[in-house]
Design a protein around this ligand. Structure first.
Ligand code: MN
Length: 252
């Protein structure tokens, strides 16, 4: 089994080393193509207005001066053009990719790019808790293989991927694995901080406050709150089926 690894925190991120350890438990044919710098929040962006460079760090190890999507696209169209991977793993992200946050996620988007190319793709994220005393990626490192094995024996329908989140707990305190749907956040509270830079110019900073979680039953957010690893199948087709007929009526 050939595996391609990528992420959005950059090739030198601690979570990427954890992903490499997990992948080594699954195969000895592991390839790396990840952003050279951190690209968290890049979503599914593709670099269009500047050149993208591919740097070789080893026989199967490359970095890209671009986004997670650039990395997957370049890997599939250059390095692995004639030897496509059977599996793409993206992560292990430093922080959650839960609920409707996933559309911002470079980690999940890299897996979306893999799914678009028809390759089994899985995103992995380690939820963090600033006050915890265990190693940050302990849960992902100890539970990664256990979560991935069953996913490798399951057919993924076309244009789908799987999003995995590990709770912010020591590995031995995790209660199990749950297959859950995507939850949603309450974005009604603002999370933009305004300040002045040393030159006196105003700036804004996003994402500094924790967002309120809506813990509906059977969601990824609820699974985190209950100390479970959350496994969520996602689809690329974002069509809201129920609205098709209602909208069509408006144009009759
Ligand atoms: Mn990230």
């Amino acid at each position: 089994m050939r595996i391609l690894l990528t992420n959005d925190d950059g090739i030198n991120a601690p979570g990427f080393a954890v992903l490499e350890k997990i992948a080594a438990q699954l195969s000895d044919d592991v390839w790396v193509c990840a952003p050279a710098e951190e690209k968290s929040g890049a979503g599914h962006s593709l670099t269009l207005n500047e050149p993208v460079r591919l740097r070789r760090h080893g026989e199967r190890r490359y970095s890209v001066t671009g986004t997670p999507t650039d990395s997957v696209m370049l890997a599939l169209r250059t390095i692995l053009q004639d030897k496509k991977p059977d599996l793409i793993l993206s992560g292990v992200n430093r922080g959650a990719n839960l609920g409707d946050d996933i559309t911002y996620s470079g980690t999940v988007s890299a897996a979306m790019e893999g799914a678009l190319a028809g390759i089994r793709s899985i995103a992995l994220s380690q939820v963090l808790n600033r006050d915890s005393d265990h190693a940050a990626f302990d849960a992902a490192e100890q539970w990664g293989e256990k979560v991935l094995r069953p996913l490798l024996g399951t057919p993924f329908p076309e244009r789908t991927l799987v999003n995995v989140n590990f709770p912010p707990l020591a590995a031995d305190r995790i209660n199990g694995i749950r297959i859950v749907r995507q939850g949603f956040h309450d974005y009604s509270r603002g999370s933009v901080v305004e300040g002045r830079d040393p030159r006196g110019l105003k700036y804004y900073w996003f994402g500094l406050h924790a967002i309120e979680h809506t813990l509906d039953h059977g969601t990824d957010l609820e699974a985190m709150a209950d100390g479970h690893v959350a496994v969520t199948p996602l689809q690329l087709d974002l069509t809201h089926e129920a609205s098709l007929a209602a909208l069509a009526e408006r144009y009759e």
